[in-house]
Design a protein around this ligand. Structure first.
Ligand code: ZN
Ligand code: ZN
Length: 354
């Protein structure tokens, strides 16, 4: 059971019980995949509160006690349990609980019960993936890459960004994903300079860059990949920029191993792009953890001192963006292993010509 691995340090946190309200954390701890669940944890009990739409689903998915709540918000049912058990120090996830819920709890909990904000404790456990989770991420990565191969085969001159994005997501779902991990990015020509471009009606013309950033969500687990294609014959400038970003990406992958910090991996990519004269054009961090959410810890940026550990799943995705010209980003999903890392993404990183 997932929750066994997440030994919440109640004593250290000085709490009697913890309220977990964010769906990915609820799912991680209890197995419940519905979007309305509140988990009440103590050192020796686990209760999931949900509404009648999820009674059957929760019984199938969870091994913990499930309470179906009607007529009141879930937190009000939790209050009754807290009152009965006389817990005094209630932890809640400071960065996850809605203000509304916090306010209601504050008003309805008995006098003497304290609500104590807790940092990302569950997220810390989630950073290190179990072998089961790694297998799920691998499947998601393979689905994503296969969808990319299938969809890119049919790209023709004149295809709009929106149609290319739709085809990528259609293929993903046909291959087993339940949805895209995030809104698929398809950016043609100078629009590729927008790192988070949303697909538009812009059509693919001759001698243009085509940047695709896509991820699958399969059995709840995310994958993430960016590739750049070119329709026609790339100029020297495009080739030069592509090779510089690829060099940075390979340098960062080379740096990934247990014990190194997330910031050091970012530094490895940044150093290459600075040497190539593209330091200022690299406007985001080198990567991020992923799993039940598309963005998890660690953040591979300048300031994250988290030490990498075996079992972390991260992306490596340096890029360079030039206004009115275009952008290049190359991204793989990577697993930190005992001796270094394994690049999970099987898709070739050569500049693909259409
Ligand atoms: Zn991406
Ligand atoms: Zn990413």
């Amino acid at each position: 059971m997932l929750a066994d691995r997440a030994a919440i340090p109640f004593a250290e946190l000085k709490i009697d019980a913890l309220l977990v309200s964010s769906p990915p954390n609820v799912r991680y701890l209890s197995g419940f995949t519905g979007d309305n669940g509140l988990l009440l944890l103590t050192p020796d009990s686990q209760t999931l509160f949900t509404d009648p739409r999820f009674t059957i689903q929760a019984a199938e998915e969870c091994r913990c006690e499930v309470k179906t709540v009607t007529k009141t918000p879930l937190d009000q049912a939790a209050v009754q349990t807290i009152r009965k058990r006389r817990w005094k120090r209630m932890g809640f996830e400071a960065s996850r609980m809605l203000y509304e819920m916090h306010q209601r709890l504050g008003e309805s909990l008995p006098k003497g019960v304290r609500l104590k904000p807790i940092g990302p404790v569950v997220e810390k456990f989630r950073m290190i993936k179990s072998s089961g989770e790694i297998a799920q991420i691998r499947r998601s990565v393979l689905t994503n890459s296969e969808a990319f191969e299938k969809a890119t085969r049919s790209i023709r001159l004149g295809a709009p960004e929106s149609a290319i994005a739709a085809e990528l997501e259609y293929q993903m779902r046909r291959l087993g994903a339940e949805k895209a991990a995030f809104e698929t990015i398809v950016a043609i020509g100078s629009r590729s300079a927008l790192p988070h471009a949303q697909p538009t009606a812009r059509k693919l013309a001759n001698d243009e860059l085509l940047l695709i950033d896509m991820g699958a969500c399969q059995d709840g687990y995310m994958s993430d990949m960016t590739r750049v294609l070119f329709f026609g014959r790339p100029s020297r400038r495009v080739r030069g920029m592509y090779n510089a970003v690829l060099k940075a990406q390979l340098a960062a992958i080379d740096a990934v191993r247990p014990g190194i910090t997330a910031a050091q991996v970012d530094r490895a990519a940044r150093r290459v792009l600075e040497t190539e004269g593209l330091g200022k054009e690299f406007v985001h961090s080198t990567g991020h953890g992923l799993g039940l959410e598309i963005h998890e810890g660690p953040r591979l940026g300048r300031r994250d001192k988290t030490k990498l550990e075996p079992g972390m799943a991260i992306t490596i995705e340096p890029g360079a963006y030039i206004r009115d010209f275009g952008g290049i980003r190359i991204e793989d999903t990577v697993l930190v292993t005992k001796n270094g890392c394994e690049v999970l993404t099987p898709t070739s990183k050569e500049l693909r010509l259409l």
